[in-house]
Design a protein around this ligand. Structure first.
Ligand code: T4K
Length: 361
């Protein structure tokens, strides 16, 4: 990382000495992968921390989504999803031979608009894949009701949602399967990594077979599998960093409201309407794209590099699918900016970012 530059995020990292304790174990046994002791320990510790029973770790959040689609036998069907997300949500659907069907978003929460889902349900619909965008919980009851009515599966893309509780329990406990990401840019990181969470024991076992080539007992092939195993080294990073997750969550929350309080004095800046959230990102909405581009340019001159998550709206990627208009998502995508938010970010830098933005607009 270049000195003095402030990026949208930085990983929260445990002290190297603490990571070394785990790495020493790996080096002493030579067990590097294949559901080794640290992967099992990571799954147990994160399960205990979050209060979720079945945790199937894997190589990344994208594969977690793909494994979920396979485990639920959805291949070939239509999956209803949001256009306001990272490409991985939609990519996972396409790479599993399914068709993404977009439903526009709520202009305030930025999550899929539940009121618009049913009109997109067809004979071919097999599932709904909503995203808890920026760690902000979807309308879970509304989605559940539609899924039950039309006999659809629900896979939550909870890539941003580590640490979110909904109605008193982990948000990962909702849906047939919830999937998260432990990428370096996420609240908890294993460098690259991800996981599926399900309350269903049979699905849990199936996911474990899928991530390991489809093997049962390392002998017979019983699933359409892949190689999506988390390694011991990645689990070691996760175990070391997990001890700092509480601090990271508290720190993000504090800085989120610090920013928001100060930026709120300008009525031309608006914010995501929060339901239940882990405050993993700090998105702000400007009046229009012109203002947004001006703010980016001025911040860049100050060596500050915010990010346009998520721009452009996924439905506009016409090399992947024919264009379908999603006016709200396209509008939000054109004027949203995620400001730097991470554990090591200093308050004096947040003050500087706020000052620059307020002066610019
Ligand atoms: N679903 C959703 C809704 C998602 O947002 C994502 C991923 C997924 C599914 C799939 O999960 P994974 O398969 O990725 O586990 C990031 C991440 O690659 C991606 O995980 C994430 N969402 C997406 C929103 O953003 P970029 O484009 O932000 O990466 P990059 O390299 O520009 O990093 C941003 C800043 O972070 C850098 O300016 C500096 C800092 N950084 C980055 C890396 C990689 C570090 O300090 N250290 C690092 O190692 O993609």
């Amino acid at each position: 990382m270049e000195k003095n530059k402030i990026f949208v995020t930085q990983p929260t990292l445990a002290p190297l000495g603490e990571l070394n304790e785990y790495l020493t174990k790996i080096w002493s046994t030579g067990i590097m992968t294949h559901n080794g002791p640290l992967v099992q320990q990571f799954e147990k510790e994160i399960g205990d921390y979050l209060g979720v029973g079945n945790v199937v770790s894997c190589v990344n959040g994208t594969f977690a989504l793909q494994m979920a689609i396979r485990a639920l036998n959805l291949r070939g069907g239509e999956i209803i999803t949001t256009p306001f997300t990272f490409i991985a949500t939609c990519g996972a659907i396409i790479w599993e031979y399914c068709t993404p069907i977009f439903v526009d978003i709520d202009p305030e929460t930025f999550n899929i608009d539940v009121e618009k889902i049913e009109e997109k349900v067809t004979y071919h619909t097999v599932a709904i894949m909503p995203v808890h965008v920026f760690g902000n919980a979807c309308d879970i009851e509304g989605i559940d009701e539609i899924a039950r009515k039309h006999n659809l599966k629900v896979i939550y893309d909870a890539a941003h949602a580590v640490g979110v509780n909904y109605k008193g329990e982990s948000i990962f406990n909702y849906g047939d399967i919830s999937c998260t990401s432990f990428h370096a840019t996420k609240m908890l990181n294993t460098t690259e990594g991800g996981a599926c969470f399900t309350k269903n024991k049979e699905l849990d076992e199936k996911l474990r077979r899928i991530r390991f080539f489809g093997f049962e007992n390392h002998a017979d092939i019983v699933e359409d599998g892949t190689n999506a195993k988390m390694t011991e080294v990645h689990a070691a990073v996760g175990l070391a960093n997990l001890k700092y997750l509480n601090k990271a969550l508290e720190d993000r929350r504090y800085k989120y409201f610090y920013y928001k309080d100060k930026l709120s004095i300008n009525p031309n800046i608006s914010f995501q309407k929060i339901t239940e959230c882990n405050y993993s990102y700090f998105p702000v909405l400007f009046e229009n794209e012109e203002v947004l581009l001006k703010v980016i340019s001025v911040l860049n001159n100050e060596n500050v590099f915010p990010r346009r998550y998520f721009y452009p709206s996924i439905n506009t990627f016409n090399k992947l699918f024919p264009y379908v208009s999603m006016p709200i998502s396209e509008n939000i995508a054109s004027r949203i900016l995620c400001l730097p938010l991470y554990y090591n970010l200093e308050i004096k830098d947040i003050d500087r970012i706020i000052k620059v933005i307020l002066e610019t607009i």
